[in-house]
Design a protein around this ligand. Structure first.
Ligand code: F6P
Length: 419
């Protein structure tokens, strides 16, 4: 049995399949006879020494995590600043690691979390503490550099494409006497990947969605309203997919609902209702809108099988990387071919992933700025392929699991991360 403990933490917004990554980590570590601790609520738990004995989870509970959304150990939005500013916190992390003989740290998150994992690995080196830090990718925003796609995205993309297709049928049925415009708001604060996935709902000039609004293109209200009107005249109705992150020509978000969080991100959400009000007021058309918000992030019932497989693969690969001593890296997904879709896992350095955002490439957005191209379809289609429905219980609901978590005894004085 290798000496030492592996600490696994989840960070940032959870996904429908992040627990599949956790389960893969637990199974892989179990197979290598490595003890695993889970940090409660991400890095916060590591700072507070709120650590869960993840190896104590029953094999049946671990198995059920493969089909359970949410974040089993809890996640958080807490960005550690530079080593100079937040040095006390980084040093506290190392104290906690030392106290529990943590030799491998797996941080499952997005680009901000990659930055934290990288800084922890650098400080450990500086202190001569033997630690291997590995980032594990996940984000429904699909905006991590170097990986072809991010676990969590494929399932949120499938939810988006399916929902847009279903709502479009509803609107089409009612349009003559009722709703003429339907607006679907997709998450993805700075990058239009999920909005683009809405484009998979249909193809052809008159198929829904008729208009997609991307954060990569400045929003021009007059042009948008004119296109809505023209589509309603031509097709009878208009289905719009709007990214929550669309901005005006000056780069200001069209809709911010709250001040910045600890990552420095403002809370978005509500652009759908804003656009609906503008369409109603300016064009006098009846509008419905949907803000699926966390529904798209947690929709495990309609997960993509491809996404689920990739979420597990990065978890297994992260354990392999850690035990092989690959420090400051992240397992990434490499696409070998579109059709048939083939991929494999490679390793990339965290310093080339931390704090970078991958936007939708220009050749994925149609020349008029309101739709996706064939290249985007080739990229997106395999990511939503395959079904992976959870088992359902007799009450008609998915048989999700909420394991009871056993916290390990603290060995250090308390620490207040806010202090
Ligand atoms: O995890 C990514 C994301 O879902 C974004 O698309 C969205 O803007 C954000 O998280 C919402 O974050 P929070 O739950 O912290 O408000």
């Amino acid at each position: 049995m290798p000496q030492g403990t592996l600490l696994y933490a989840q960070s940032g917004g959870v996904t429908a399949v992040i627990n599949a990554t956790a389960a893969a980590v637990l199974q892989a570590a179990r197979g290598r006879r490595v003890r695993v601790l889970g940090a409660h609520n991400g890095i916060l738990g590591a700072l507070r020494e709120d650590l869960i004995d993840a190896s104590a989870l029953a094999p049946a509970e671990v198995k059920a995590l493969f089909h359970t959304p949410g974040g089993v150990f809890g996640s958080c939005r807490l960005k550690l600043k530079s080593l100079d500013v937040d040095r006390a916190k980084y040093e506290r992390l190392l104290e906690v690691f030392r106290a529990h003989d943590v030799r491998w740290f797996l941080y499952n998150g997005g680009n901000d979390s990659a930055d934290t994992a990288l800084k922890v690995s650098r400080l450990a080196e500086e202190f001569g503490y033997p630690l291997t830090c590995v980032g594990v990718p996940k984000t429904i925003d699909n905006d991590l550099a170097l990986t072809d796609c991010c676990p969590g995205f494929g399932s949120a993309a499938k939810y988006t494409a399916v929902s847009v297709r279903e709502c479009a049928l509803d609107v089409a049925a009612m349009a003559e006497t009722s709703t003429k415009v339907f607006i679907y708001e997709a998450m993805g604060r700075h990058a239009g990947w999920l909005a683009a996935a809405g484009g998979l709902a249909g193809s052809g000039r008159d198929a829904a969605p008729h208009l997609i609004l991307f954060p990569e293109r400045p929003f021009d209200e007059a042009d948008f309203l004119a296109r809505v009107q023209a589509t309603v005249r031509r097709v009878g109705h208009c289905v719009v997919v709007a990214s929550e992150g669309i901005r005006d020509g000056d780069g200001r978000f069209i809709d911010e609902v709250a001040a910045a969080d600890a990552f420095g991100h403002v809370q978005l959400g509500g652009v759908g209702s804003h656009l609906a009000a503008r369409v109603e007021h300016a064009l006098g058309l009846k509008v419905h809108w949907a803000i699926p918000d966390y529904l798209q992030r947690s929709a495990r019932h309609i997960a993509s099988r491809t996404d689920l497989e990739q979420a597990q693969a990065v978890g297994r690969a992260a354990v392999d990387c850690a035990l092989a001593g690959h420090n400051g890296v992240m397992p990434v997904i490499v696409r070998d071919s579109d059709a048939p879709y083939r991929w494999h896992i490679d390793i990339a350095p965290l310093e080339r992933i931390a704090n970078r955002e991958k936007k939708l490439p220009k050749n994925f957005i149609r020349a008029d700025g309101y739709g996706i191209t064939a290249a985007a379809r080739r990229y997106l289609s395999p990511l939503i392929a395959g079904e992976a429905a959870p088992p359902y219980a007799a009450d008609g609901l998915p048989a999700y699991v909420t394991p009871s978590l056993r916290f390990v005894k603290r060995r250090l004085p308390r620490f207040d991360p806010a202090g």
